[in-house]
Design a protein around this ligand. Structure first.
Ligand code: LRH
Ligand code: MN
Ligand code: MN
Length: 388
């Protein structure tokens, strides 16, 4: 197994994008609990994201969701973020909260509604030009609830046409990433349910169209690291929405439900060349914090990603390949498990201290008084998703 000192430089390149909506109040369809100190504006969400980066050094960019983060002047928002040491990242479109989209958006049978959804993406691309964002992320709630309700095939064809119109507007240095999800809010069929459909749609568009893998968007038991390996092999893994889940799309803290799965995913990312300065794969979080404080919730997530990255980097690839080639089943498994079971927490604390970061970011944040300050200053914080 590699030593921690062998991997400490590789850890320096890690960057994990935060979702602006993680800082808003969220909940379930039963109740949204308000948390004292919740941001009231996109600027306050960015200020909170900056705190996560200040204490962890891991999250230099923040993703926006439009229209949740709608402002009059995106160049000014970019400068505001810059003053806090952040860049604005992925722009997420939203075609799931408008009555017109009840029966679909980019797949709708009515050309006027389809055009409205396409126009929304054009607006997002204009925003990207002002914010300096590279990625337009599209997740569609499109689908049906009952067999026969829609023409599955026709919807796929209309989706392809709509995506082609959007892709034609993407700038030379920009990318379109298409996220898939196997159910919810539609329950019979979803128009982009799996990586294969996303892959088929983006492959038809061109090189700057890629797949977004949200770890919470698969059926229970799905081997997600296999999907990672395949998409990297095909050159089509654009980005991750990291979160964890026990049952459905739970959007819980990354690595909370299944740290071993997180390790296996990151191992496959590294194995496939998706980690480090030479890679274009975007690591993002997509989370909601229903009952815990949001800033430390995001901190816990990025720290969990870092911890599992360190463990995955420790895997001795040469020894593993030798064991695999020799048909040494238990030996190969042991090589992987040795790295997974290595406790890197003390090494990471030391690593942070030598880089001017708090060795225990969670404790340092808790002692900073920021949570108390925002709880006093901000009254009437926003529900995630209704920040416009
Ligand atoms: C859909 C999703 C998608 C949305 C976000 C709020 O479940 O994962 O990424 O943009 O949640
Ligand atoms: Mn997502
Ligand atoms: Mn989701």
């Amino acid at each position: 197994m590699a030593k921690f000192s062998d991997i400490s430089t590789a850890l320096e390149t890690q960057a994990i994008e935060l979702p602006s909506w993680a800082f808003g109040n969220s909940g379930t369809r039963f109740k949204v609990f308000g948390t004292p100190g919740t941001p009231r504006t996109p600027q306050e969400k960015i200020a909170d994201a900056a705190k996560v980066n200040e204490y962890t050094g891991l999250s230099p960019t923040v993703a926006l969701h439009i229209p949740w983060d709608k402002v009059d002047d995106y160049s000014a928002l970019r400068r505001y973020a810059g003053d806090l040491g952040l860049e604005l990242g992925t722009i997420n479109s939203n075609t799931f909260q408008d009555d017109d989209y009840k029966f679909g958006s980019l797949t709708h049978t009515d050309p006027k509604i389809r055009q409205k959804a396409i126009d929304h993406h054009y607006e997002c691309i204009e925003i990207m030009d002002a914010t300096g964002s590279r990625d337009l992320k599209i997740w569609l709630a499109d689908g049906t609830n009952y067999p026969g309700q829609g023409d599955i095939r026709g919807r796929q064809d209309r989706l392809a046409d709509s995506l082609a119109s959007i892709y034609a507007r993407i700038g030379e240095t920009q990318r379109l990433v298409l996220e898939y999800k196997f159910f919810e809010p539609a329950f019979y069929h979803t128009d982009v349910p799996d990586w294969g459909t996303s892959y088929a749609q983006v492959a038809a568009l061109g090189d700057r169209a890629l797949v977004c893998l949200d770890t919470g968007h698969h059926a229970p038991g799905t081997n997600i690291e296999f999907i990672v390996a395949q998409l990297l092999r095909l050159g089509k893994l654009g980005s991750f929405d990291f979160n964890s889940r026990f049952y459905a799309d739970d959007d819980l803290i990354v690595g909370a439900a299944d740290p071993f799965q997180l390790f296996r995913i990151i191992y496959e990312v590294i194995r496939g060349g998706g980690y480090g300065p030479a890679s274009d794969v975007a690591f993002m979080l997509d989370q909601c914090h229903n009952v815990e404080d949001k800033i430390p919730g995001q901190m816990r997530s990025v720290l969990n990603v870092q911890e599992m990255t360190a463990r995955a980097l420790l895997v001795d690839g040469t020894a593993l390949k030798a064991a695999q080639d020799a048909g040494d089943v238990l030996g190969a498994n042991a090589i992987l498990m040795d790295a997974f079971y290595t406790d890197v927490r003390a090494d990471l604390a030391q690593w942070r201290a030598t880089r001017g970061l708090p060795s225990d970011p969670m404790a340092a944040y808790a002692a900073s008084g920021y949570q108390k300050k925002i709880a006093e200053e901000r009254v009437g914080g926003l529900q995630a998703g209704w920040g416009a």
